[in-house]
Design a protein around this ligand. Sequence first.
Ligand SMILES: Nc1ncnc2c1ncn2[C@@H]1O[C@H](COP(=O)(O)OP(=O)(O)OP(=O)(O)O)[C@@H](O)[C@H]1O
Ligand SMILES: [Mg+2]
Length: 458
Amino acid sequence: MEALGDVFSTGAIGIVSDLFSLITVIVMMFLLQWQLALLLTVMLLPVTALMVFFQQRYRKANYRAREELSKLNSMLQENVVGINVVQLFRRERFNSEVFRATNQKYIKEVDKTIFHDSAISATLEWISLGATAGVLYAGSLLVLRGPLDLGQLAAFILFAQRLFEPLRQLAEKFTSIQAGLTAVERISDLLNEPVEIQDRLGTLATLPQSTSGHQRGSIQFEDVWFGYKPSEFVLKGLNFSIAPGEKIALVGPTGAGKSSIIRLLCRLYEPSRGRILIDGVDIRDLPQQELRRHIGVILQDGFLFAGDVKSNIALGESYDFEQIRAASEQTNVAGFIEQLPDGYNTELRQRGANLSGGQKQLLAFARVAVRNPQLLVLDEATSNLDVGTEADIQIALEQLLEQRTAIIIAHRLSTIRNVDRILVLRQGQLVESGSHAALLAANGLYASLYKLQLLGVA
Ligand SMILES: Nc1ncnc2c1ncn2[C@@H]1O[C@H](COP(=O)(O)OP(=O)(O)OP(=O)(O)O)[C@@H](O)[C@H]1O
Ligand SMILES: [Mg+2]
């Protein structure tokens, strides 16, 4: 963007006036004496060819320099964000070496752009000197033979300089315009990146609201296959349905694909095969806004924005303070918020840097409760909380979950004993499902996971 801005701020648009003076000089020369004028004009051809050549090299070098610069910038940012890990693992020297290497590459590319840029003006300088010499030589012959007088020769020498001056200016501005074009290329590369998940065109479905006595919120996975890379499936042929108001738990070893199921349900990714239905409607037929309004998600790592607690719960929606407080009380989070120095008006720093991991999760509960969604998804939502706070939240959750469909992911199996059904996932496949008691009796993967955890407690 900056390079594009330079095109305007350095007056590169003045290229038009340079072209105009170039043409004026040429016309004036031809009016004065056509042979010398022809000599000078013909010299413009190789000059232009050389300029175009260097400009092209310059543009390529500039593109590469910009690429190196963005690598450098993202590396710098990564190092600043991860400064704790860098220090804890004593990676200072190593990281600065990596940074130096990238920096060197950038310097090399910038050097190339400088070389091509100066090559243009240096070449022009030489050619303009050569042209003056040529005019002097040819002109003096003409003076000796008679058709030219000394005054005209002097005028031509001036013209020769005047001719190359706008050309030099032109070259300079051209460089800046070239840099601008490179920038446009890179900006449009970014803007043209296709949006993979888009609402279908035409009229889209809406989800019916639950009415009293008629509860909504069923979920169905029909033969869902999914992989982050086309060849490697993370979820393989999932088939299950969740009735309205049912609470189910997803359990399974790390990397089994539990979070991936949630991402598919919220349509952050699209299944490679199969379909997902909510209340009988394929989620691809729903506007994304509508879909996500119906699903409340609490993730392991709650993300907070700079701003106060209140606005982090409302997140841009127009809930009034009473609603926010009611939601916090409903989820037993109010106690914690009121302990903060300014209560609901406490300013949070970027990414919630002045809160602990568990405190961030607490705010995520209030954030979801105020939205009153039909479907609730908890992905390791209580993993950062101490046992006491977790118990408080658990009590609040029972209330929050009433009348709602819920999917709960938890590694601590003791927290999900009360759900209606447990789905056990292994390597992207559903291997068991049933109630806690039934799964224990079946003595399969769930039973072994459960026994292992009990053993840990004992
Ligand atoms: N953004 C991604 N790009 C590529 N692969 C991914 C991505 N996210 C997850 N995976 C892969 O998909 C698989 C399933 O990941 P997922 O996050 O669903 O596991 P999970 O069951 O939630 O595990 P955990 O219990 O550790 O949270 C893993 O093998 C992981 O390597
Ligand atoms: Mg996960």
